[in-house]
Design a binder for this molecule. Sequence first.
Ligand code: CMP
Length: 143
Amino acid sequence: MEQTFIMIKPDGVQRGLVSEIISTFEKKGFYLKGLKLISVERPFAEKHYEDLSSKPFFEGLVEYIISGPVVAMVWEGKNVVTTGRKIIGATNPSASDPGTLRGSFAVEIGRNVIHGSDSVESAKKEIALWFPDGTVNWQNSLH
Ligand code: CMP
């Protein structure tokens, strides 16, 4: 079954949006397979966003991600990568549809509350980075 990596960024945690975001994914019908509240250090944040290292906003992005704890999660379900991105909304909250998480809760691209893997390949890479001990690979009997 397909899995994706979802991260509630420091602004989402500080603003008390954790339960609402988890609830949105749960009510959609996806399965929570891994979750941790974690503060990451600069090299780890740089590794997560290494594909963006040449972008002018890279330094600010890394500073933002290490500014406080994040909630790292693995969600599983049919088409969860693509559907998860739809639930989250466009990267720039100014372009996010109303009703999406970013459309509802964010206005700044540099403070956009949540991250979701953009492809199945990225999801595999990000899950391996954030959950290296394989704790998300167990099966449950619900599906
Ligand atoms: P995310 O889904 O985590 O993927 C890459 C992140 O880079 C994105 O969300 C934004 O937080 C950030 N980002 C993308 N474009 C910009 C930009 N123009 N200015 C600042 N941050 C950006």
